[in-house]
Design a protein around this ligand. Structure first.
Ligand SMILES: [Zn+2]
Length: 295
């Protein structure tokens, strides 16, 4: 578990526009600010690559003690999510080359490849990335977007639930811009801080988890950020949540307490192939297209 080092400097400047902002509330002993200029919400925290390595160690992917079974259970759902985005992208472009940022073991990437995308992934956790390389034969390298070579070029940069986690948002977006070809796309899924769930929960909203999450967006604020990089929003909607029978069973096993055993027995009658999905209101996806001709 990552523990905040008191020597880590507190970032008081907005990572989008560089202006200062007001402190709104504290979460996990870290102040969260709203920029006075552009209203971007960010954590008062300045992490380096070493702290990022500690945050995304194996424990992050195993949650609070969840084991390998859970990871496998979620794998098919993540693959389905990748397929879902592959299908969605058919409405915007032909398949080409894609960079998946924060690819983990590559299950989403694997799903996207079913739609003929030639993809590679980067993942700061070397151990989880190796799982994708060895088990799924995917091209996943241990890297962060902030330190990724700007010389590469892709038709699509995919950032699924990673935008809130960048330790240097400005550097990450600059690289994302540089590695996207003119006319290429960003596909982003992230938390929606303007959703009714976020507003209702206030500081208890599940996405406020600094230092793991450090930046929070709304469809409107993200559109403005993309436009600053000459990307135009071409699509946007609520993200989809998927569950399957094995995933529900594994959740019950670890979080069900007294009712775990009887409920798990009851769920045993549901076939493993059963899945269910529905739109979630506090996460959104958006597709942005880079301008074709840049001066
Ligand atoms: Zn700002």
């Amino acid at each position: 578990m990552f523990e905040l080092d008191a020597s880590i400097p507190a970032a008081k400047q907005c990572p989008i526009c560089g202006q200062t902002g007001d402190r709104k509330f504290r979460k996990n002993h870290i102040w969260i600010r709203d920029c006075a200029n552009c209203s971007h919400r960010f954590a008062e925290l300045e992490l380096g690559i070493d702290e990022v390595g500690q945050i995304y160690d194996g424990q992050y992917f195993q949650g609070d003690g969840l084991g390998y079974l859970d990871y496998l259970a979620e794998a098919s759902l993540l693959r389905k999510k990748g397929q879902c985005y592959g299908k969605l992208l058919e409405g915007y472009c032909w398949p080409g080359t894609a960079l998946d940022v924060g690819a983990a073991a590559g299950f989403i990437l694997h799903g996207l490849m079913n739609y003929d995308w030639q993809s590679r992934g980067i993942e700061p956790n070397a151990r989880i990335g190796r799982l994708g390389r060895e088990k799924l034969r995917l091209n996943i390298t241990p890297d962060t977007l902030e330190t990724f070579p700007k010389s590469e070029c892709y038709d699509l940069v995919m950032m699924i639930q990673v935008l809130s986690h960048f330790y240097d948002l400005e550097a990450a977006l600059e690289v994302a811009d540089r590695v996207t070809r003119p006319g290429g796309l960003w596909l982003i899924e992230t938390w929606n801080r303007s959703s009714w769930t976020a507003r209702l929960c206030g500081k208890r909203w599940r996405a406020y988890q600094p230092p793991t999450t450090q930046n929070w967006f709304s469809p409107c604020s993200l559109r403005e950020i993309a436009e600053a990089y000459d990307f135009e929003e071409v699509g946007q909607g609520n993200a989809t949540r998927w569950v399957s029978a094995p995933y529900l069973r594994s959740l019950l096993r670890y979080h069900g307490g007294f009712w775990s055993y009887p409920l798990e027995k009851l769920l045993a009658i549901i076939p493993n192939s059963w899945t269910m999905s529905w739109p979630v209101t506090d996460r959104f996806w958006a597709i942005y297209q880079k301008a074709e001709n840049l001066d």
